[in-house]
Write a protein that binds this ligand. Structure first.
Ligand SMILES: Nc1ncnc2c1ncn2[C@@H]1O[C@H](COP(=O)(O)OP(=O)(O)O)[C@@H](O)[C@H]1O
Ligand SMILES: [Mg+2]
Length: 450
């Protein structure tokens, strides 16, 4: 039996039992095993870093065949068992008994889509969800309009780049994960990655391609392979904590040198033709997240504000329900601040919210301060000056007030204000003038911090 006959026979068996032909990687593995190669030799030959991946692909094949052919396939008996089945009188029976069970499958199917000349076609169409790095959501309140907006953008408009923006703890990650939980079936492929854990885009792409089991990953054209996948299947890629791509101590949204390739990737996401979407979750807005014309650009952003419903406090064991709304307003509806304060009220005030509110001061827990330390450390020197000035008075200030109080040039002041608003750390209101202010909790932090 030649290697071609061997491959054809295995391909037919797999196709009959799974409805999928062998993809290129599986073909290479089968060929390697036929040639008596080790997993590590196969991995070397086809450019995979790890023999484990080849081992996994092989074991998956043995499992499929063992299950359906009632034979115990493993690496050492694979070639011999396949040849025995193919040569035996029962080979037609092996194939035809499968036809009875899978009458929709055409045994003589031509499958030019598997031609190695067309690498775009070699992606298996089974769904693939990698949500290992996403949080598990047990409680979810409110955000009805935001869920509807996301659904409209993703399922009706096929928006290719969506940013979920807002200050730390406001509920960005939770919103996106909840949306995915209720919309899993809308996508063939869903992958969740956090920039906190991996800064390298190359690593992220390699992991996605390896997970989806496409043809051997070629170092030179991984991005092309990824966009082939984005074209052929409906994929949703989520990148969390995208602010980690940006430099600390400078204006918001400036890419670190080592993360510049993301800028290209985000732009390609919007400019290339495909059917997939990327969601960016970030505390800082960068240029690629800004849509100048909602109609014209395939880029959207959702800026999250606090929750305004008392539901979020249910389950924390608090008393005085009539005071809950005031507590929510005091802590700007930020679920993380509220969770922290609820714990404190339960311990020290035995759950009595009204007694806590009588204290008449804004108490910040260590966790809240810790989050703000992080945010403050990211500010540029000019932004710090503006923040410190705004924290001195309880009144909103105009640009003119700030210019007079600070020794900043007009350009530096405007750039500083813009950067702060890209971090969601500035409140802007319009009366007869445009006025700037800090949120109460943030102001409190700036005032008490050294
Ligand atoms: N809509 C919501 N319903 C219930 N709890 C929420 C909601 N949004 C956020 N939370 C709570 O607040 C915490 C912080 O939310 P998270 O999504 O991690 O914020 P972010 O990603 O903006 O920093 C979560 O762990 C969760 O407990
Ligand atoms: Mg988050």
């Amino acid at each position: 039996m030649s290697v071609i006959e061997f491959l054809q026979f295995v391909d037919q068996l797999v196709f009959q039992h799974t409805g999928n032909h062998l993809n290129n990687l599986q073909k290479n593995v089968v060929q390697g095993i036929w040639q008596g190669k080790t997993y590590s030799e196969i991995a070397d030959e086809f450019g995979y870093d790890s023999e484990n991946h080849i081992g996994n692909v092989s074991r998956e094949l043995y499992k499929i065949l063992s299950k359906h052919l009632k034979e115990n396939f493993n690496k050492s008996n694979f070639r011999w068992t396949i040849e025995r089945l193919a040569n035996s009188n029962s080979s037609q029976q092996v194939l035809s008994s499968s036809i009875i069970n899978n009458s929709h499958i055409n045994l003589c199917a031509n499958h030019p889509q598997d031609s190695p000349k067309n690498p775009e076609q070699n992606i298996s169409t089974k769904s693939y969800h990698d949500l290992t790095l996403a949080p598990k959501i047990t409680h979810f309140y409110g955000r009805k309009t935001q869920l509807e907006t996301l659904s409209h953008w993703l399922t009706q408009q096929n928006t290719r780049l969506i940013s979920i923006l807002g200050v730390s703890g406001i509920g960005k990650t939770t919103l996106v994960k909840h949306f995915i939980d209720i919309n899993l079936e809308q996508f063939d492929v869903i992958v969740w990655k956090s920039i906190k854990l991996t800064l390298s885009l190359d690593d992220i792409i390699t992991e996605i391609l390896a997970g989806i089991n496409t043809e051997p990953i070629k170092d030179k054209n991984k991005l092309t392979q990824l966009f082939n996948l984005f074209r052929q299947q409906r994929c949703l890629l989520i990148l969390d904590d995208v602010q980690k791509l940006f430099v600390s101590g400078e204006f918001a949204g400036q890419y670190k040198t080592e993360s510049k390739d993301y800028k290209t990737f985000f732009t390609m996401m919007t400019e290339t033709e495909h059917q997939s979407s990327l969601i960016l979750i970030s505390q800082e807005q960068c240029q690629e997240m800004i849509s100048l014309d909602e109609e014209l650009y395939p880029v959207k952003s959702l800026e999250l504000e606090g929750l305004d419903n008392t539901e979020i406090l249910k389950g924390y064991g608090l008393k005085d329900e009539s005071s809950w709304l005031r507590l929510i307003q005091l802590y700007e509806g930020n679920p993380v601040y509220l969770k922290n304060i609820a714990i404190l009220i339960k311990k020290i005030f035995l759950g009595k919210v009204s007694e806590f509110l009588m204290e008449d001061s804004l108490i910040l827990t260590e966790d809240i301060k810790f989050r703000f330390n992080d945010l403050f450390a990211r500010l540029s020197p000019g932004e710090r000056q503006i923040i410190l000035e705004l924290s001195k008075t309880n009144q909103p200030m105009s640009r003119e007030d700030l210019r007079q109080a600070l020794s900043l040039s007009s350009v530096d002041l405007i750039n500083g204000l813009q950067s702060l608003s890209k971090r969601y750390l500035l409140k802007t209101t319009e009366e007869d003038k445009i006025l700037f202010n800090l949120s109460p909790v943030w102001r409190e932090y700036v005032m008490i911090s050294p």
